[in-house]
Design a protein. Structure first.
Length: 681
């Protein structure tokens, strides 16, 4: 037996040790003294230095089979007497270039099947988590599977366990500062190395829901925590890393059918409540209406939901205590952190999510007005707020994610206001955004709390940029292109962008406005010395506006001929050529940096790069098969050839097929590149 004295949380450790020893010698038990046989610790998975855990928790590793060893006695016969229902935990895809292969779900065009919902971790969110990313999986992930380092020939990506894609399951965040939170993974999704997932061989939804409840018990978490020796790590504020191996080594108790059924029902209810929270989050696939309207229609009651959620968690904990045979918190140093609001995913170096707290706890006034902007652009359906359209029925937890959120305007439905993807900040204009915003709010009987025009000019875009920035992707969909002083602004709607949008902006908006302003100028100048002071001021303002409008027109006409946006490129690259016309400095800097990288050839996989530098891009396609696939020119630059198989340096007598670049002379390559570039133009 070995004695352990715990003083990790004490600042004066020397005196603390003396005091603990003195107290213990008097015969009084101390919560900081532990007697444990070291060989018992060595028998735990990973042999963690978890001397503080009580025997009931430690013995769980002996009494119950581990997660993936639970086939004979684990979650036995939860729904029906079959043996193909046991859990498998798997790590997912590592793209190694998320900026290229991953988008916000609102960036590609709706219904483009090449983009799969992509589970990639996220903040603490048990039972339900919003999957806001999509993955380029065109041709079964051909671009990703051929993403290599040209200099070394080494595969950069790690497309592992892709055979589990599309299956319903459970997922969680690999790395987080909060506790483990397991949640539903709907059918039709891909999952990443940052969002490991669990599957059952028969994809049984009740089996998965029962497992979901069990994995969100405090008992399951404590057994995970033991393996991480997390009670020590937490003292320094370190993030947890919930690796697949840790989950696979966590014990699962036998679950009687009645308990399994109850767990599944409770998990379904918990999922439904958590999902309802996201029905007020504009960037969520579950978005319905802003908080104000949901409450007004009786579709959301935050207090009631929290009370019901607490009751469900308590019932699940009771089942966990009964199945595992110990109560949560039996270990004096078990941490119950993570349930607090705003505890966010640490992610990894390339997957920060430090923006997400703004989603659920946004200012109700900003959220309401942002929704009204979306209605004006034809994104959202105001009829849900007036009950002219029924609220769509709630899906089942493992149903595929919708192409559109239920709050979006259905296809082939008349929008609130017909437009060509452009609105304007111009009082009196038929496409004036401030006027339309107020019209929307009046239609749904919502109060107008602020000067809407001032809010649009000063506050809306920073708010919108923050809201539509996730997982280090900045992807705003309402773009304000302004004159230098900001006195005139065109608002472009990203989903409606075409190669004609900039020409439309000039012909239908700027030129008429310029003619109007010049007419005013001529009228004022014609008065000569008879102008009043007020008219002199109007003359100065009109003169400045005339010059700024002409500059904006010229800038757009300079960009327009080569500007052919492709939504697969994503917002940031699509907006980059327009960087000088945005007045929000942080966003302008992001776009300027993006444009410079495009010029340097860092993003030659983008359609936009092909528009501006086709010959450079096409030459690279002869070296990079992934790039050739992206540009749909693989057939011109690559051949599938039969080559001998070698073991070491010796041939085995067998052959295999490999893709290799075609053998061109320099002159032939130049000619082919020019031919394809001309065709692309």
């Amino acid at each position: 037996m070995t004695w352990f004295l715990r003083v990790l949380e004490d600042k004066d450790k020397e005196n603390s040790i003396r005091e603990i020893i003195q107290v213990y010698r008097t015969g009084v038990d101390s919560k900081k003294v532990f007697q444990v046989r070291p060989d018992l610790l060595a028998e735990l998975p990973g042999a963690p230095f978890a001397y503080w855990i009580p025997p009931a928790i430690r013995s769980a590793f002996e009494r119950f089979p581990l997660f993936e060893e639970a086939r004979p006695t684990g979650l036995e016969k939860i729904c029906k007497p079959v043996e193909e229902i046991w859990p498998e935990a798997r790590i997912g895809l590592q793209t190694s270039d998320d900026f290229r292969f991953v988008r916000g779900w609102w960036e590609p065009l709706n219904g483009d099947k090449k983009w799969l919902p992509f589970a990639k971790g996220g903040p603490y969110s048990p039972f339900y988590g919003d999957i806001h990313l999509v993955l380029n999986w065109a041709l079964g992930g051909a671009e990703i599977k051929n993403f290599i380092d040209i200099s070394s020939g080494k595969l950069m990506s790690r497309p592992q366990n892709t055979n589990y894609f599309f299956r319903p399951g459970l997922t969680w965040s690999l790395r987080t500062k909060s506790r483990l939170s397991v949640r539903v993974l709907p059918s039709g999704c891909a999952f990443s190395n940052k969002g490991p997932s669990v599957f059952c061989e028969n994809n049984d939804p009740e089996q998965l829901l029962a497992l979901l409840g069990l994995c969100n018990t405090a008992q399951f978490y404590e057994l995970v925590e033991v393996q991480l020796a997390a009670a020590d790590a937490q003292l320094g504020g370190a993030a947890h890393s919930f690796e697949v191996g840790v989950i696979q080594r966590t014990p699962l108790p036998p679950v009687p059918q009645d308990d399994a059924k109850e767990l599944a029902q409770l998990s379904h209810r918990a999922w439904s409540i958590a999902r309802r929270t996201f029905s007020a989050v504009e960037t969520s696939r579950e978005f319905l209406l802003p908080t104000f309207l949901l409450a007004k229609l009786g579709l959301m009651n935050v207090k009631q939901d929290r009370e019901e959620e607490a009751s469900i968690r308590q019932q699940i904990e009771c089942i966990g205590t009964r199945l595992y045979g110990f109560m949560s918190g039996e270990s004096e140093y078990h941490s119950d952190r993570g349930a607090s609001d705003g505890e966010l995913s640490e992610g990894d170096e390339d997957d920060g999510d430090n923006h997400i707290e703004s989603d659920v706890e946004t200012d109700p006034c900003d959220g309401m007005q942002s929704w009204a902007v979306g209605v004006a652009f034809g994104r959202f359906d105001w009829r849900l707020a007036t009950r002219e359209r029924e609220v769509p029925a709630q899906p089942n937890p493992f149903d595929p994610l919708p192409i559109k959120s239920p709050g979006m305007l259905p296809d082939s439905t008349e929008p609130f206001h017909a437009h060509a993807g452009i609105l304007v900040d111009d009082e009196g204009h038929p496409h004036d955004l401030a006027y339309l915003l107020e019209e929307v709010l009046q239609r749904v009987d919502a109060p107008v709390h602020v000067d809407t025009r001032r809010w649009l000019q000063r506050e809306f875009f920073p708010f919108h940029l923050q809201r539509y920035s996730k997982s280090r992707r900045k992807a705003p969909i309402y773009w304000p292109l302004s004159t230098l002083s900001g006195s005139y602004t065109l608002w472009l709607y990203y989903p409606d962008l075409t190669s004609q949008t900039l020409f439309t902006a000039v012909n239908d908006f700027i030129e008429p406005k310029l003619q109007q302003v010049r007419g005013d100028l001529d009228s004022l100048r014609g008065k000569g010395n008879a102008r009043s002071k007020q008219e002199e001021k109007r003359l100065e303002v009109a003169s400045d506006l005339s010059q700024e409008l002409a500059d904006l027109r010229d800038a757009l006409l300079a960009i327009a001929p080569k500007y052919s946006p492709n939504h697969d490129d994503g917002v940031q690259i699509t907006a980059a050529p327009l960087w000088q016309l945005f007045r929000h400095k942080p966003w302008q800097k992001v776009l300027n940096d993006t444009w410079e990288k495009l010029e340097q050839g860092d993003y030659d996989w983008a359609h936009l790069a092909m528009n501006y530098w086709p010959e450079r891009v096409l030459r690279k396609c002869h070296q990079d098969r992934s790039l050739a696939i992206a540009r749909d020119v693989e057939v011109h630059f690559w051949d599938e050839v039969e080559v001998p198989v070698k073991r070491g340096r010796k041939p085995t007598g067998e052959t295999k097929f490999e893709w290799r670049p075609k053998d061109f002379s320099e002159a032939e390559l130049i000619a082919l590149v020019k031919q394809l570039a001309a065709r692309a133009e």
